[in-house]
Design a protein around this ligand. Structure first.
Ligand SMILES: Cc1ncc(C[n+]2csc(CCOP(=O)(O)OP(=O)(O)O)c2C)c(N)n1
Length: 325
């Protein structure tokens, strides 16, 4: 398997830094009440999973996830301005301001959302893959799954169906060790979640280091090749959440202080990729700093765009709700 070249690594660096800065800004905007709602689920800490996995797909492969979806939308190449506008419920948002942070989606990018019901998107992933299989399009569907979501009924039904029908799905469990506040070993009889694959008779790709974008990319490339030809695979990407379940959980950093510090200092996706770039390419620091500066500007521009965008009108409220005859 060819190793990613310098340009690819720099592109991944750009995406990972952009996601981190975007999420940090969202957190601030929530505290300032510019983004409202009960929840806002940040992807900080998980970036290498989304970027590495989506980098292994074709543009017309399908992607679906749960509510921790901002980083996935950015990694799929959706417009940061329209994503930020959606956060603020503005008319210019990706879902016209009617979805909010948990319902980002893009038909053009084959990104089908953004779902709030834990595990509710998993049967949808199986359905999307059934369409590709039935019409022989050659596309795969990649579905992200929380470790907590792997314990609900949708997971069982969707994975089982994908196996009996040989559907081209890559199931990626993002194991960040907690579902809201419950540790995975307390919630799951078998805490090595990839082993669930055995129960469904599908290919078990094992655990991958979800903090290392290169490792994730390599694993998903292999998974995609397999799934396109043979049917579903299950991957468990080991990752870590840097913030509370949602931004309203402000004591998470204190409750998980030691573990969090360990990840931020030694297993940070930005730190790991930065070190790889610095170790392999001479005098690359100025380029990395330039990327960081540009990402800051993208986030600031997106914030300005969203703040100055109009809110939806009454007509917008009832559009795309009823079939027009
Ligand atoms: C069916 C359902 N049950 C409960 C909830 C409340 N809830 C939202 S997120 C969550 C935890 C899910 O954790 P996990 O799947 O590990 O994803 P993570 O938040 O770690 O990304 C729960 C219980 C919900 N939204 N839907």
């Amino acid at each position: 398997m060819a190793k990613p070249n310098k340009e690819t690594l720099l592109e991944w660096y750009r995406q990972i830094v952009l996601i981190r800065l975007f999420e940090t800004r969202c957190d601030e905007l929530y505290q300032d009440k510019k983004i409202t709602g009960v929840y806002l689920h940040l992807y900080s800490g998980h970036e290498a999973v989304g970027v590495g996995a989506l980098g292994a797909l074709n543009p017309d492969d399908n992607v679906i996830t749960a509510y921790r979806d901002h980083g996935i939308a950015l990694a799929r190449g959706m417009d940061p301005n329209a994503i930020m506008a959606e956060m603020m419920g503005k008319k210019t948002g990706v879902s016209g301001g009617k979805g909010g942070s948990m319902h980002l989606a893009s038909r053009e990018k084959y990104f089908w959302g953004g779902y709030a019901i834990v595990g509710g998107h998993l049967p949808l992933a199986a359905g999307i893959a059934l369409e590709s299989h039935y019409n022989d399009t050659g596309a795969v569907t990649l579905s992200f799954i929380g470790d907590g979501a792997s314990n609900n009924g949708y997971f069982h039904e969707a994975l089982n169906m994908s196996a009996i029908w040989d559907l081209p799905v890559i199931w990626v469990i993002e194991n960040n060790l907690v579902g809201m506040g419950t540790r995975v070993e307390v919630a799951s009889g078998q805490p090595e979640l990839h082993k669930r694959a055995i129960a469904y008779g599908m290919k078990d790709m094992g655990r991958v280091d979800g903090q290392d974008v290169v490792a994730v990319h390599e694993c998903v490339l292999e998974a995609a090749e397999y799934a396109r030809k043979n049917g579903p695979v299950l991957i468990e990407a080991m990752t870590y959440r840097y913030k509370g379940h949602g931004v309203s959980d402000r004591t998470y950093d204190i409750r998980f202080q030691e573990e969090l510090q360990e990840y931020m200092e030694h297993k940070d996706p930005i730190g790991i990729l930065r070190k790889r770039l610095v170790d392999n390419y001479k005098n690359i620091e100025p380029q990395l700093e330039q990327i960081e500066k540009e990402a800051e500007k993208v986030v600031e521009d997106a914030t300005e765009y969203a703040l100055s965008s109009p809110v939806p009108t009454y007509e917008d409220l009832i559009s795309n709700v009823y079939v027009e005859e």
